[in-house]
Design a protein around this ligand. Structure first.
Ligand code: BGC
Length: 726
């Protein structure tokens, strides 16, 4: 017998054995594999898969060669490696990564292609680090501009949020990395996040808060979802039967695994019966120190096993959970198509830079002071803490350890050399997670005086400030305490602008804020958080290398009082006795500003360019379930640029109080050169026009004539077309 024959028959024997092991056959139907695996597992092995075995992993079944799940935050890059069983860094030297722009910045691009680029690049970094689940993206609704975590979400509008996240999730999962969409649901504030019970109408719940999750389930088939800490109907959302079994797994027929937020599980019976599949991060009730191994004490560990063994909970409940975890493992850790990935590749930096460029929103530009005509200025004074601060540090679980970052000041110096001078202007401290921000007033005064003195010699001031990732700024587990910028920035900007009329303000931050100085400054650009290529992307915009094309995914109100929930008092936010009432109902963000005719400072969808665009007359056609809107966009200015056309739909009059218009489609042009035009064709499903009818507990469509407004923002409508929808 030749060697070749021996090897071939050895393979044949192995294959025969393997064929019997259907669960290992990656070509077999998923449900056959799951069924086969379950049939081979003991109760204890099934239970072991349902809870953490370390801070960021859950167990597989080593006996059967079923891999464990490695998870990590998320959502803007791979988190620094932590020790197996503590929150301390593992001190690896090879876990520095690319920080991608914050999700609010991605939303501000209004660019689905860039969202796919983001999902692809970030998941390559996750795969390379051996991760199976990316804890993100997030799509909680930006209901309040004070929410400490809004920077991790995608704005105030459920349609935009869903549309932006679907390509991210699809691209990441195509690489064999599961997204864990968070936080399901109603985690729209950080104050009392562990205990707040949200009272919201069924209509607002479905139309606003659940809508982006639904789209991610139905269109991107997201593989895992993270339950939120807060409560709904006084039950924690990580094991909320109504939400998880009723809506997510029931109505939406989702087959993925529901992962708890870290420490979000509080009760075995509820966790078992309320739809939780993987319990992570629980503190073991004081029974053990965190540094000891307490995972068997988790609610879904020994206590759950006991209830199963006693027959108090049927085996089918355990099997369903284990099946969901197995599916996740087969889709990721044991997916032969999972990519090897890469870390800190130039392609990833490039992706980061493009997303950042397109997410920056130019809000004001008097006398076309931007793009900078650098020849006009001998001395450019940069003022502000965010010119040098690493904004990838802090913020909570999304904090990142980066390999290479470029700050705004460094990039400006590279571009304009000796013309650039710098004064910090104010001190923003370093208050991380849960600490109190203490800044010495004497030092603050000194920094201000230094900046004002230097301002006298400058012929242009670039103020670079805004929010940061400190506790009670843009940071988990706390909300901002005021709509104003902190650290005396309002006074400082006003005083600088008094000295120098050429004052340009650049702000970073995940949230809108008050601008009492806005009429005094020449220009304003808002940058969210831009990640590793912060400085270079900002300079691309300031210098005019790229025209800004970002548009606001959230309304910037002139006054805090203008936000829709504020008039209802503490009951509506941050809640009274841990009960929060969403009394503004569906009138969140621009739905309120447009309907109640409250003039925002900068409306949802707004953003300037260095060029101008003319909109042709839109047309609309209805074909079966599909509605198509077309509009021609022409670049009528002198620079190349991109435009985002937005379709706001006005429903026919009915007995239901509806927002005057709602975003239901949008598209971004390619880069148009001066004089060039593009016809944008946008389609939407008729279902998008439905409202949630509480009387029938389902979706309903008002029949009649709908108006499709096409605009450059929610307030700047350029044309309309009507169509009968029945
Ligand atoms: C956050 C989650 C995060 C988890 C793990 C929690 O505190 O709410 O978003 O994924 O920690 O770090």
């Amino acid at each position: 017998m030749s060697i070749k024959t021996i090897i071939t028959s050895a393979f044949a024997v192995t294959a025969a054995v393997c064929n019997a092991q259907v669960y290992l056959d990656t070509k077999a139907p998923m449900e056959d594999r799951v069924k086969d695996a379950l049939s081979r597992m003991t109760t204890h092995e099934k239970i072991k898969m349902l809870h953490a075995q370390s801070k960021f992993t859950s167990a597989g079944v080593p006996r059967l060669g079923i891999r464990q799940l490695n998870m990590d935050d998320g959502p803007h890059g791979v988190r620094e490696e932590l020790e197996w069983n503590t929150w301390s860094p593992a001190r690896w030297t090879n876990d520095s990564i690319v920080a991608f722009p914050s999700l609010t910045c991605l939303a501000a691009t209004w660019n689905r292609n860039l969202s796919a680029t983001y999902g692809n690049a970030i998941s390559e970094e996750f795969a390379f680090r051996g991760k199976d689940i990316l804890l993100g993206p997030g799509c909680n609704i930006q209901r309040t501009p004070l929410n400490g975590r809004a920077f991790e979400y995608v704005g105030e509008d459920p349609y935009l949020a869903g549309e932006i996240l679907v390509p991210y999730i699809k691209a990441a999962q195509a690489n064999g990395v599961a997204c864990c969409l968070k936080h399901f649901v109603l985690n729209d504030q950080e104050i009392d996040r562990f205990a707040a019970n949200v009272n919201v109408s069924d209509r607002a719940l479905h139309e606003i808060y659940l809508a982006p999750f639904k789209k991610a389930v139905e269109q991107a088939h997201v593989w895992t979802i993270m339950g939120s800490y807060n409560m709904y109907h006084n039950v924690h959302c990580c094991h909320n039967d109504l939400l998880i079994n009723g809506i997510l797994k029931g109505e939406w027929k989702w087959d993925g695994a529901l992962v708890s937020d870290w420490g979000g599980t509080t009760n075995t019976w509820e966790a078992a019966n309320g739809g939780l599949d993987i319990e992570m991060g629980t503190y073991t009730d004081g029974k053990l120190k965190e540094s000891e191994f307490g995972y068997n004490d988790y609610y879904l560990a020994d206590p759950f096993e006991k209830l199963i063994n006693e027959g108090k909970i049927p085996m089918s409940v355990l099997d369903d959970k284990a099946a969901r975890v197995l599916r996740t493992i087969f889709r990721t850790a044991m997916n032969p198509q999972k990519v090897i990935g890469s870390q800190c590749s130039e392609a990833h930096y490039q992706a980061c830079r493009e997303i950042a460029q397109e997410g920056i929103v130019l809000l004001k530009n008097d006398k076309a002071i931007l793009p900078l005509k650098a020849d006009l200025y001998k001395k450019i004074l940069v003022v502000g803490d965010n010119a040098t601060r690493s904004l990838t540090l802090g913020g909570g679980s999304s904090e990142l350890k980066t390999l290479r970052d470029i700050s705004p000041l460094e990039a400006l110096r590279q571009l304009y050399g000796d013309k650039i001078d710098f004064a910090q202007g104010y001190d923003a401290g370093r208050a991380l997670y849960d600490q109190v921000d203490k800044v010495d007033p004497a030092r603050q005064e000194q920094l201000k005086e230094e900046a004002l003195a230097k301002a006298k010699d400058a012929d242009l001031i670039l103020f670079i400030g805004g929010l940061n990732k400190n506790h009670k700024q843009d940071c988990e587990n706390g909300d901002r305490e005021s709509y104003d910028l902190s650290y005396g920035q309002n006074e400082l900007i006003a005083q600088l602008a008094k000295i120098q009329k050429n004052t340009i303000v650049v702000t970073f931050g995940g949230n809108p804020y008050a601008m009492p100085w806005i009429s005094q400054v020449s220009a304003l650009a808002h940058c969210w958080y831009l990640g590793s290529e912060s400085g270079s992307a900002l300079c691309d915009i300031l210098s005019g290398k790229v025209s800004p094309s970002g548009k606001l995914p959230v309304t910037f109100a002139a006054r805090y009082e203008d936000y829709p929930y504020v008039k209802y008092g503490a009951k509506a936010y941050p809640g009274e006795n841990k009960q929060v009432h969403y009394l503004e109902d569906v009138f969140v963000g621009y739905r309120h500003f447009t309907t109640s005719k409250v003039k925002p400072l900068y409306p949802f969808g707004y953003g300037l360019s260095y060029t101008s665009f003319a909109y042709g007359k839109p047309s609309v056609s209805v074909n079966g379930n599909k509605i198509t809107i077309s509009v021609d966009i022409t670049n009528t200015g002198k620079a190349a640029g991109k435009e985002v056309a937005q379709v706001y739909v006005q429903a026919p009059k009915s007995s239901i109080a509806r927002p005057v218009r709602e975003l239901k489609a949008f598209a971004k042009t390619k880069t148009l050169n001066p004089g060039e035009h593009e016809t944008l064709t946008m389609t939407l499903d008729k279902d998008e026009l439905r409202y949630y009818d509480e009387t029938i507990k389902g979706w309903a469509l008002t029949q009649g004539s709908y108006t499709f407004h096409v605009g450059a923002s929610s307030e700047d409508l350029r044309g309309k077309a009507t169509a009968e929808v029945n």
